[in-house]
Design a protein around this ligand. Sequence first.
Ligand code: AMP
Length: 226
Amino acid sequence: MDGTDQSPANLILLGPPGAGKGTQARRLEDTFGLVQLSTGDLLRAAVAAGTEAGKQAKAVMEAGELVSDEIVIAILRDRLSEDDCASGVILDGFPRTTVQAEALDALMFDMDQSIRAAISLEVEDAAMVERISGRFTCGKCGEGYHDMFKTPAVEGVCDKCGSTDMKRRADDNAETVASRLSAYHAQTAPLIDYYDGKGVLARVDAMADIDVVARDLNTVVRQATA
Ligand code: AMP
């Protein structure tokens, strides 16, 4: 972060489900030319493709629990080795446990890279159920929407690509959200201290409007990637 670091600008977005990690990661991709790496998306693709990892992950994801470290680390490692990740990634939903964070450190070391910033999106639990249960995504381009906070200009039609193929996630229901939130507090929230201890933690208030959060994040990322 001293202005001389030419290595890839790898970032982590930390925060509970519904904090806006996916939405903000997509914006950071556009603004900074980084690649969003969402382990949730990679796992959903594995489930849809019916791979061995996908078969093992499916029921765990439906219950709102965490998929095994072994599976997630293997999926992440494979994706990270692809060429498009060479100029830097935004990790969205990974790491979620201390074991994953340590595996990421080892991967970074092997690649002679580092994590420039771990950004904690700070939100109140009470807002999460409402945020998550109203959300949907364009199945074609991945743009995210919400029944209350961000509706398409024309109902049912994606603003970005015009597709009418809108999708809701199977695990975005009140019951599963409660499990996902408790998994977050028990297993992922301790990573805030982990990255604070490494001197790379930044905190952003994610209760604000999407554009305000995006502006604050841009400031943090600009400093971290300078
Ligand atoms: P997300 O799309 O990040 O909300 O993730 C959806 C679900 O995928 C989670 O509730 C977990 O079951 C699983 N998952 C995603 N990322 C991870 C991870 N890093 N470790 C374990 N499970 C994960």
